[in-house]
Design a protein around this ligand. Structure first.
Ligand SMILES: Nc1ncnc2c1ncn2[C@@H]1O[C@H](COP(=O)(O)OP(=O)(O)O)[C@@H](O)[C@H]1O
Ligand SMILES: [Mg+2]
Length: 286
């Protein structure tokens, strides 16, 4: 992907505000948010349940509208775009990974993954080949002709992510893409997102797992509809044990073991070299 210094930010929000309810029941879900995201950033958004993360992603993906404030996408105010123009942006430029996956129940796995290409007008052979390749990346080749109801939760999630990435979208919006996955499956997905990111695409990912923020170039935390913290190059502050640069996989292992300790989740498999050390470190902490 091309990069130019003069390119406007992919996303620029100014005073973005969203409210739900009326009268006494009215509450502000997004409260005067200012946020600029440049092309090629990998932003992780964290924050407690109900703080507005999904609402923000939906507005960024043009699935919902703010009540106040400005949203400029690629330098253009979305206010001025027609419904059709917004729909085109959604199908051409944005890849969504929804929290509840939304596979189409009457389509099999490969057809589900190929769907974004159908909307783009790609021919059948080409789109099935692309879908097949993407499914291979997610170790789902044997499931191509399964129906969604025949998949486990984790497989469903991987199919949904394969579908979001199949048309190489400029912006990927992912709402807890690894929510219910074990750490090995999370790793596969994060590697895939990382790859898309390395090709210059912009990724905005909501996650509850602090370990996964090591893949991000920027970590934003939200609180009560506002941006609480905004950290670029987050690796140093988050990975307190070891601040030296390491391959991504090693980062994931180190922080995953630490962060999941409290949540009683199964501890991630460490690499051979680090396994013994990490295990004893873990025991020490308990
Ligand atoms: N369609 C809706 N109508 C009313 N309230 C909503 C709606 N969607 C979300 N909310 C409320 O907005 C707040 C933020 O929700 P959400 O963006 O889903 O938070 P998060 O993704 O951070 O958990 C919550 O209090 C939620 O109950
Ligand atoms: Mg949410």
């Amino acid at each position: 992907m091309k990069k130019a210094a003069s390119t406007p930010p992919v996303i620029a929000l100014k005073g973005l505000t969203k409210r739900y309810g009326i009268g006494d029941a009215e509450h502000t879900v997004l409260d005067n948010i200012d946020l600029t995201i440049k092309k090629g950033e990998f932003v992780a958004i964290m924050g407690p349940s109900g703080c507005g993360k999904t609402t923000l992603l939906n507005i960024l993906g043009l699935l919902d509208r703010a009540d106040e404030g400005e949203y400029e996408l690629d330098g253009k105010s979305i206010r001025r775009l027609s419904g059709a123009a917004q729909a085109r942006i959604r199908s051409d430029q944005v890849g969504f990974v929804f929290q509840n996956f939304n596979l189409v129940p009457r389509l099999n796995v490969i057809e589900n993954v190929a769907l974004p290409l159908t909307y783009k007008g790609v021919g059948k052979t080409k789109r099935l080949l692309a879908a097949s390749k993407m499914l291979k990346n997610f170790h789902l080749s044997e499931r191509e002709y399964y129906m969604p109801w025949q998949l486990s939760g984790g497989q469903t999630q991987r199919v949904a992510i394969a579908r979001a990435l199949v048309n190489d979208p400029a912006i990927v919006l992912a709402d807890e893409p690894t929510g219910n996955l074990d750490s090995k499956a999370s790793h596969v997905i994060m590697e895939e997102l990382s790859d898309i990111h390395k090709r210059g695409n912009t990724i905005i990912m909501v996650t509850h797992n602090p370990a996964l923020t090591t893949y991000a170039s920027r970590v934003i935390t939200m609180l009560d509809g506002r941006i609480d913290t905004d950290t670029k190059d987050p690796r140093a502050p988050i990975n307190k044990i070891d601040t030296t640069k390491k391959p991504l996989g090693t980062h994931l292992n180190a922080t995953d073991a630490k962060s999941t300790k409290d949540k009683k989740k199964p501890v991630k498999k460490a690499t051979k070299s680090s396994r013994t050390k990490k295990a004893s470190k873990e025991k020490d902490q308990k």
